[in-house]
Design a protein around this ligand. Structure first.
Ligand SMILES: Cc1cc2nc3c(=O)[nH]c(=O)nc-3n(C[C@H](O)[C@H](O)[C@H](O)COP(=O)(O)OP(=O)(O)OC[C@H]3O[C@@H](n4cnc5c(N)ncnc54)[C@H](O)[C@@H]3O)c2cc1C
Ligand code: SF4
Length: 574
């Protein structure tokens, strides 16, 4: 890291500041520096350098002291993190421990975080789908949440930009509800996934099983090689950090790219407490940070700020950025800051078995994870007794029958030619939830963390709409599975708290009307236009798609706007 020479205001002044170094912050840093801006990227967690800081990446199963499991005492101390599937011995060092970063649950909410350079981009499952025009039009059509100030056509070129650079594998499926993109070759479905695809085509021509689209280099292009990344080796150990750069993360891609320009300063271990606002200038001027270890505070300045701290932390920073102009939080003239938080409902699953196609199996190493059934409910018009809809992950696999003899030729035979179980199939609902005023975050009035920032208090819950949607999912998938010849069909409601989907969004929503939204169509705060928010906090509604691709596309579009506004002197603070 460069010496910031904190005694000099000049040394603490940049052309742009990015708060947060994860999926969206990494993108902001890349584009700002590529466009020639001297940029400071501030990150509350430690530095994680690509390859060098992936301690478990090449470890063999027998090298983990606890066999890959989280030790009991760590589990007991961190019940929230433990509910996340990546919180295992190989990746738990990238997940925030409950005990270290408390928050307040007014209602149960599992807040899964990754505080380090790269944020949660190291841990994600890499599923990447574009929104369609129907997703953007949803709120205007049914009147829940405010209308989006942008539509699919505004974002489409930026989706392309991101897809080409990040590397997204997928097929051109030609579906109106799930636009195609700039794809590397898709991963194939296995025999049973394809069986279900064919059946569905016959029984429900408006429903589709496609290969999941994911941020893996199935066939790298020169732009990926230039990033130092090579073809994905299908190891499926991605959450450890991938030494091949086979999947997209800020660490393997955007941050090193930005560093190569010589214009990026990465400042890890710096907790942003608040954004500074100058009443005379009517603009934000910079940030106040506290060093995570020494607890000293410093200010940094820039004419443009990108807030990319991860949806709820972005809410926290804005709520904590008060001034006499903005007593309720930066840009919060409307009073909606922190409200209309939404998420994805991942609490429903349907599983079954299939006795057919036993001549086939899998090697279990499809980085895309299997199939994806795009949303088919309420896409083009309102037709159900619930709003919006759900997409579904769909996969099929076979397990090994456990050897019943531990010795001799029997064991050898079973290891060489293991007996396999019948196919197991599973569908997981990814439901859209409706952003409501009653789902909100706010500052705890009394308690602060070690870095002087009030604890975030979260009050988010499911509602009747989520329940009705879930029942429809159970009915539809049970029926479709029956028609496909699957047996032993079971529905499962995990009753998990909101949050475990790790797709929390909203609180700083975009909208046309400053009276009901925080951000305009360029992701600028209506009331403080040199501050851009381009992570999940900006989302007006959630749709069903995995969100990160959309955050990056919004970021790319906003950076382009910010830099052109800066050139026109429209964002100057001095
Ligand atoms: C296990 C798992 C699976 C997932 N699977 C998918 C998937 O398949 N597809 C998908 O689209 N998404 C997926 N996600 C979600 C995805 O990771 C997030 O949408 C994405 O990382 C959000 O990007 P971001 O930039 O908003 O936040 P992050 O990537 O979380 O980055 C935010 C950064 O800001 C930093 N920060 C926070 N507060 C401050 C502060 N006060 N000062 C300074 N820095 C701060 C944090 O430390 C962090 O590094 C998954 C997430 C997890 C954990
Ligand atoms: S599956 Fe691909 S991206 Fe994941 S760890 Fe293996 S090589 Fe890396």
């Amino acid at each position: 890291m460069a010496n910031l020479n904190i005694d000099s205001v000049k040394a603490r002044t940049f052309d742009a500041i990015v708060i947060g170094s994860g999926m969206s912050g990494g993108w902001a840093a890349k584009d700002l520096t590529e466009k020639g801006l001297k940029t400071l990227m501030v990150e509350r967690g430690r530095n994680v350098e690509h390859i060098k800081d992936y301690p478990t990446t090449n470890m063999m199963p027998w090298e983990f002291p606890h066999g890959g499991k989280v030790p009991y005492d760590v589990q007991q101390a961190n019940p929230i993190a433990s509910r996340c599937y990546v919180f295992k011995e190989d990746a738990m060092h990238f997940v925030v421990k409950d005990v270290e970063h408390p928050y307040v649950q007014e209602k149960p909410f599992d807040w899964i975080r990754g505080y380090q350079v790269g944020g949660k981009s190291l841990l994600w499952a890499r599923q990447t789908q574009r929104w369609s025009k129907y997703d953007f039009e949803g709120p205007a059509r049914d009147g829940f949440a405010v209308p989006w100030p942008i539509g699919y056509d505004d974002l489409a070129p930026w989706y392309s930009t991101v897809e080409k650079f990040a590397g997204i594998s997928g097929n051109h499926d030609g579906l109106p509800a799930l636009p195609d993109g700039e794809f590397l070759p898709g991963y194939p479905l296995n025999a049973v996934e394809d069986h279900f695809r064919k059946h569905l085509k016959q029984s429900h021509p408006d429903r589709h099983v496609i290969s999941a689209r994911c941020a893996h280099l199935s066939e790298p292009k020169p732009v990926h090689i230039a990033q130092g990344r090579v073809q994905c080796q299908n190891r499926v150990l991605c959450q450890r950090g991938c030494p091949f750069g086979g999947y997209f993360s800020a660490n393997s891609s955007t941050i090193p790219w930005a560093l190569k320009t010589g214009l990026l300063t990465v400042a890890p271990n710096q907790v942003v407490q608040a954004i500074l606002y100058d009443e005379q200038k009517g603009r934000a001027t910079g940030i106040r940070v506290m060093d995570a270890h020494t607890k000293t505070t410093t200010e940094y300045y820039a004419p443009i700020l990108f807030v990319n701290a991860g949806a709820l932390n972005t809410n926290l920073i804005l709520l904590n950025s008060t001034s006499s102009r903005f007593p309720k939080g930066l840009g919060n003239d409307s009073g909606v800051l922190g409200k209309y938080v939404a998420f994805h409902n991942y609490s429903a699953r349907v599983s079954a078995e299939y006795e057919g196609l036993k001549e086939f199996t899998t090697d279990g190493r499809n980085p895309a994870g299997g199939g994806y059934v795009p949303r088919f409910r309420n896409v083009f018009k309102q037709e159900m007794d619930f709003l919006r809809g759900y997409a579904t992950s769909f996969g099929a696999s076979r397990g090994r029958v456990q050897p019943d003899s531990g010795f001799g030729p029997d064991l050898k035979q079973q290891l060489e030619k293991p007996a396999l179980t019948p196919w197991g199939v599973h569908a997981g609902m990814m439901g859209e939830t409706i952003p409501k005023e009653t789902n909100y975050v706010r500052l705890d009035p009394t308690r602060k963390d070690e870095w002087g920032v009030p604890l975030l208090s979260i009050s988010v819950a499911y509602d009747d709409n989520d329940e009705k949607m879930k029942q429809d999912f159970f009915t539809q998938f049970s029926e479709m599975f029956t028609q496909a010849g699957f047996t032993n069909i079971k529905t499962n409601d995990s009753h998990q708290a909101p949050g475990l989907d790790i797709h929390e969004m909203g609180g700083v929503r975009m909208g046309q009307d400053p009276k009901t939204s925080m951000l305009n169509k360029w992701n600028q705060l209506h009331a403080c236009p040199n501050v851009y928010v381009t992570d999940g906090a900006a989302m007006t509604s959630t749709s069903t798609q995995n969100p990160s691709l959309t955050y990056m596309a919004l970021t790319a579009r906003a950076v382009d706007h910010a830099v052109s506004e800066l050139k026109k002197q429209n964002l100057k603070t001095t």
